[in-house]
Design a protein around this ligand. Sequence first.
Ligand SMILES: C[S@@+](CC[C@H](N)C(=O)[O-])C[C@H]1O[C@@H](n2cnc3c(N)ncnc32)[C@H](O)[C@@H]1O
Length: 285
Amino acid sequence: MKVCDYIAAGKSRLEGARLECADPLLHMRQMVSAGMGWTTTQLYLHWEETLSSEALVKLERIVERRLTGEPYQYIVGEEWFWKSRFRVGPGVLIPRRETELLVETALQRCPSHSFKVAELGAGSGNIGITCLLERPEWEWHGFESNEESWSYLDANRRELLPGSAKYQIHRGDFFDLASRHGPYDAILCNPPYVKQVEWNGLSKEVRSEPRIALDGGISGLEVVSRLFRESVFLLSEGGLLALEIGNDQEEAARQLASANFFAESEVLRDYAGLPRLFWGKRRKG
Ligand SMILES: C[S@@+](CC[C@H](N)C(=O)[O-])C[C@H]1O[C@@H](n2cnc3c(N)ncnc32)[C@H](O)[C@@H]1O
């Protein structure tokens, strides 16, 4: 079978599988390029060529996994975030484009000299590693309780950061460990914030990701509320709490901020115009 015919047939198979996939043709091109180790240009150079039987077996392994609803990023083992390629796979959250708003805002607003940050839920390390690549003077404490994520976090830190970078990985629960290493100038994080009842309605792809990374309990705000309460003791005076939030959690975040001594708090919108980022400072005194 020719490359172009394999892609056209795969497009129809993807369409029939009801996956979360906005452009099945583009998706097939990506899978074939990834499977063959080709760039986009190379894909077009091979477009009319016949695939060998070994190549077909290799590509079928990828496409079959995708047809079961496994996320594309887990199959190819990587996802881009900001300017870097992060290793990902089953057991770690796939970095999301909307989380770049947290990074972008932190880089714009936080000092570029020494700055000590704690992160609940480092996952693949995407937020902290990106910040340290842009701000080498910062010190990052990434806490991660999900054992399955640790190997990705280790690999990404090793591969993407220079040895001199100040990124400390803490394996365990943020609420047990964070006070041992504080106080911090900031807590920056993307906590789990999906309501428990919404889990079954999520796509197959999203449900293949670790539930602990997304499930924020009955209200969706269990981890977030606890973070607000405890950050008062973890942050230095005037310290910053910046959290990604769900687009229906703006009001709840504002209430939690005023109940927990945060000043200058605001909610920023993402590129789709939806509330996405809580930003607030611990009151002085
Ligand atoms: C929404 S994911 C964010 C992962 C990554 N920072 C990102 O933006 O892609 C939340 C992460 O928090 C971790 N987590 C949840 N509760 C935690 C806790 N109490 N202590 C440490 N990590 C926790 C989860 O395992 C998951 O990796």
